[in-house]
Write a protein that binds this ligand. Sequence first.
Ligand code: GLY
Ligand code: MN
Ligand code: MN
Length: 487
Amino acid sequence: MGNENRSTTPQSTTFQEYIFANWAERAEARPQQRAQAPYAADRRARISGLHRGERLVIPAGPAKARANDTDYPYRAHSAFSYLTGWGSDSVPGSVLVLEPTANGHDATLYLLPTAGRGSEEFYANAAIGEFWTGPRPSLAHVAADLGLETRHLDEFADVLEATDGTTRIVREADRDLTDQLDGRRLLAAELGADAGVSIDEDGDTAFFRDLSEMRFVKDEYEIREMRLAVDATKLGFDDVIADLPQIIQHPRGERLVEGTFYRRARAEGNAVGYDTIAASGPHACTLHWTRNDGPVVPGDLILMDAGIELDSLYTADITRTLPVDGTFTEVQRQVYEAVLEAADAARAIVKPGIRFREIHAAAMGVIARKTAEWGFLPVTAEESLVPELQYHRRYMVHGTSHHLGIDVHDCAQARRELYLDGEVLEGMVFTIEPGLYFQPDDLTVPEEFRGIGVRIEDNILVTADGSENLSEGIPRTVADVEAWLAR
Ligand code: GLY
Ligand code: MN
Ligand code: MN
């Protein structure tokens, strides 16, 4: 474990002989194939069709160090999970390889299987030993579970050996493995096996981009998971509201908001898809306020942006802005209703065939009109909306929508012509999340607006002729929010 100061494992042969012996036989049940397996197989077939003749390497990635020998909770790379169906229970360091064949690819999953009780690993290796981090599954277990051929990670050496100019890797998933692969590719080029081919970073980038663009349209399994993630997120919001009486008593009430949401996540066996934003009062004007070290003050609004991530790694991304003492003041309500109107205007145009960027434009039309009506802009709303001016964006500098899925900001490597400028398709899932943020020291707005930040964020599924708001069940109108808090 690289830290002799803490090494207390006995070293004697007597001890070793003793600890190796007298373990009961373990009968490993062969699992049912998981529900996601056929969907993952379908995704592999799609990427195979886009990259015929290329060897495709998709690492899960290593555990990431938090400090010294302590790691962050492990999370496999999203591209790996997407193509294997392996989520929170992935074994760190695994690699999926799609080996080109005459008419497609053969998929093999390389992993470090259970070490058993025959080597020192199980008791002496603090990083991966069974006594330290828990048992790993066998190759047969994972093969049955995921419906994939599995091999020992040691055999990945054969893939490295075969690496040439036609090999593509998801570079960011595992830097060490990428370096090794680059070395092999350089060697292949120098040996003349692939004249003119060196490390084809452009090829890797195109591969990574395709993996991102594949995820725009969600399959049936993914939509089911997103619904579950949103439903689980609602329970966390409910708990925060129930805990508000204690939360307002605490000098770091924002931490309690975060903690209450996380307690519900863990109680249901889940995680969070990103750090919870618990932003009370003027903290709401900091878009990604995750420090959460302030009080939650009656009379203020609390902006809470949180999402449950399931074992499958699919996540929700929901924001609600609530009056801490149960009712909106006049000016809070004015801002809130403007944001709600922007959200509804954006949602209203969603259907297959529109351009993704039109959703943002619809929301911005309302934001410009409202801020102009209130006298905050030096020009009219129409003038402000001209691309060169955009005065109203002072109060909402972020975009209105992003795709959502395994990643909270899903499909991030996609080309602009398919994302921002792309067509909205049935089966896409994205957020609609307009906001208005009046900084505490903003001299362009009247004093009573300063320090108010409102965002309303919903998760939208595109249907055949319109859309469904997956988070409709989480109160969002002024009346419904006040009734929710009164319960
Ligand atoms: N939670 C980050 C976002 O809304 O995009
Ligand atoms: Mn979002
Ligand atoms: Mn969010």
